[in-house]
Design a protein around this ligand. Sequence first.
Ligand SMILES: C[S@@+](CC[C@H](N)C(=O)[O-])C[C@H]1O[C@@H](n2cnc3c(N)ncnc32)[C@H](O)[C@@H]1O
Length: 431
Amino acid sequence: MTPSARLSAAIDLLTAMEATPLRPADALANAFFRERRYIGGGDRRAISARVWGILRHWRRLHWWIENADMQPTPRLLALAMMALEPQGRENPDDLFTGERYAPLGLTGPERRLYDRLRGQDLLHPDMPRAVRLEVPDWLLPRLERTFGDALEAELAAMEGEATLDLRVNLLKSDRPTARAALGTEGIHAVETTLSPWGLRVTGRLPVTSSAAFRSGLIEIQDEGSQLVVAAVGARPGMRVLDYCAGAAGKTLGMAMTMENRGHIVACDVSEPRLEGAVRRLRRAGVHNAERHLLVAGDRWARRRSGSFDRVLVDAPCTGTGTWRRNPDARLRLREQDLLELTAKQAEIIDRAAALVRPGGRMVYATCSVLHEENTDQITAFLARNPDFALVPPDSEHDDLPPGLSTDGQVSLTPRQHHTDGFFAAMMQRKS
Ligand SMILES: C[S@@+](CC[C@H](N)C(=O)[O-])C[C@H]1O[C@@H](n2cnc3c(N)ncnc32)[C@H](O)[C@@H]1O
């Protein structure tokens, strides 16, 4: 594809995104490229990079365009990004050519917009704080409460690109061996500093087509997510429950620390998600896991009340900790979503708590940074359930690096830990 055809495709993709604002951008992009199989890998990456660059600065670009008394459109957003881009290497006249497969040439008002914006800093002192920080207005006070004076630095880190992390599957390999195996396939990685099983890939190579991945030596899993597994401390012979297992990302990690001994149950209310676990469990060589679909009035759960040594609640959440991966998620998030999610989290944690045996432990985790979903949720749970208490970490019961948790709670952020944003609270049932 020519550079202008790539630009044209990026504008088409942004138009498709605007038409379905509630659909996650990555799902939409996958569908967009599936319908256009003629777009090759390199072109796809270039188109996505442009679109994701625009999504990362969505509110700022809107502000600039509206400030020029124009109505933001995908075409204007692409043009404004070109003008405001710090490197500013593209000349719009080379791209908006009107030739075959290229966007139409610039109109007079568009050219004036470009000239007005060119060389300006993306951030303007007159921008409202929520625009400057690229967050919805309603969310700003909540983020201020979470991060206080560190808000701007934390959000800046959440604007960066996410790393590609792998968890080495100790059921089949060890860190040096898996790293060497990847190296022979040209995939270079360094050991993560916090997770004892992690590798961080340097570069963007297709890990999922490597032999190391296909044979189950590694799983793709953010280091923060690995640390949630570490917080559970599932050990060989235990009875372990992954209450919101999804496609078993953390079940796989816990089966690994259990050395495939004992029993682990992966539960979820979503059948398709649990279905997605089958292949992953097989590839990882996990033999001690069972899947269970939770349904209303679940008798299965009632019969197992008070019977698990470890229960992980990886609760559905706003995903504010994963904005590096999904910059569009911050734009889609509504206050109503947060209210519904916090109510659901409280219900789930209560249900899951009933399954913990006396003396057993429960870990509540989210990939959110908001206090409402994290510490507030735990404070309210402990007030409702005085038989539970937060427990400090100790190497006998978990695999966390020393000093990572405070009062039985771990809060990870991209700025401080170079992971996705994660929260985990470790609690013990007294009686
Ligand atoms: C954060 S995701 C889990 C991710 C998964 N643990 C992993 O590591 O890949 C939250 C999961 O909670 C599930 N969920 C939603 N409502 C639930 C409920 N009432 N009970 C149990 N699981 C629920 C969702 O289907 C979703 O798979």
